[in-house]
Ligand binder design. Structure first.
Ligand code: NAD
Ligand code: ZN
Length: 342
């Protein structure tokens, strides 16, 4: 089968022939249909310091995918050959305090598909049976391939109740974009999205933002005034990793605001803690997806009409992987998909 492999000798990936993996007794073999490129894959492609120190290359990369079940391990019950599935990309230890208590998203040492164990940028991938997620009947495999980052969006968007609230989303990357229709569905009043990238701001409007803001030139008080807001945003979803976005959040939220942090800063940075204290802000870190409540909610959101399809900006065949990664790096892109099957 074909697999997109990271070798340890420098940047780039190679599409090469490798044996089809055998599922163990508690594992499922999936024929991959569509995959999505994530920021993590870009770090691995570029073979930066994080990737070099984390990924035991050679390694098949990729964790955002959909596909059809091709074979079941001998202990696997409850799935059928041919079903459309995705998989939770964090394989939990099952033994730590949180795993034992059923809080698997808080596992002390999850292993990552396509990072620590062979991933999904391949014709076939093997995943543990407890990581397999069955999609609703008739779902488009391209939408199914978005469930990993859509899960990040849903986990963050639903971290706090947003009914009637004014929500600020900083960062209109694929995850920030997918959070827009979710907070809309959950009843937010205004959804203001900031991003310096114009292409992404236009996608944010398409996905249901009330208004978008270029944070490099924004007059935040005017933006709020035009929306009839008097005290600031009630909820902020930080989805950029930028310290400047965090400063915008601190300067523009109400007293008692709730702030969910998903964006991963490249370096530690100082923040104005006295604003956090005097304004009595609640700040919550968000990682991955809740297993499997976020996944359940994703199915329901899609069934109830939430449309995340505008986030797909580019589609390539697996062979065109270098062009696909170039599109991600180019910036005027959102979710870039690679197709592995007809
Ligand atoms: P992305 O990097 O494609 O998007 C980030 C966006 O933030 C870009 O469009 C960029 O222009 C914008 N931005 C930069 N500076 C900004 C500022 N000052 N104000 C507002 N926007 C600004 O990312 P993505 O794939 O959508 O992921 C979003 C973030 O979440 C990234 O930081 C990523 O590393 C992180 N992430 C976290 C988890 C998790 O589990 N916590 C999972 C996946 C991704
Ligand atoms: Zn654990």
């Amino acid at each position: 089968m074909r697999a997109l492999v990271k070798h340890p000798d420098g940047p780039g990936l190679t599409l090469e022939e490798v044996p089809v993996p055998e599922p163990g007794p508690d594992e499922v073999l999936i024929r991959v249909h569509t995959t999505g490129i994530c920021g993590t894959d870009l770090h691995i492609y570029e073979w930066d310091d994080w990737a070099r120190s984390t990924v035991p290359a050679p390694m098949t990369v990729g964790h955002e995918f959909s596909g059809h079940i091709a074979a079941l391990g001998s202990n696997v019950k409850g799935f059928e050959i041919g079903e459309l599935v995705s998989a939770e990309g964090h394989v939990v230890c099952g033994k730590c305090r949180n795993c034992l208590a059923g809080r698997r998203h808080l596992c002390k040492e999850p292993r990552g598909l396509g990072v620590d164990i062979p991933g999904a940028f391949a014709d076939y991938v093997v995943v543990p049976k407890q990581n397999v997620w069955r999609h609703v009947e008739g779902l488009d495999p391209e939408i199914a391939a978005l469930f990993d980052p859509f899960g990040n969006a849903v986990h963050t968007a639903l971290a706090f109740p947003v009914l009637g609230e004014d929500v600020l989303i900083t960062g209109a990357g694929p995850i920030g974009l997918m959070a827009i229709p979710v907070v809309r569905k959950a009843g937010a009043r205004n959804v203001v999205v900031s991003d310096p990238n114009e292409f992404r701001r236009s996608l944010a409007m398409e996905m249901g933002a009330t208004v978008t803001v270029d944070p490099t030139t924004a007059d935040w008080k005017t933006v709020q005034g035009e929306l009839g807001m008097t005290e600031g945003f009630d909820i902020a979803l930080e989805m950029s990793g930028s310290r400047y976005a965090m400063a915008d959040i601190l300067a523009n939220t109400v007293h008692g605001a709730r702030v969910a942090l998903l964006g991963i800063p490249s370096d530690p940075y100082p923040i104005d803690w006295s604003t956090v204290i005097f304004n009595m802000l609640t700040i919550r870190g968000i990682y991955g997806r809740e297993m499997y409540d976020t996944w359940y909610k994703m199915n329901i959101l899609i069934q109830s009409g939430v449309d995340i399809s505008p986030v797909i900006s580019h589609r390539f065949s697996a062979e065109e992987y270098d062009r696909a990664f170039a599109a991600v790096r180019g910036g005027d892109a959102a979710k870039v998909l690679l197709r592995w099957a007809d």
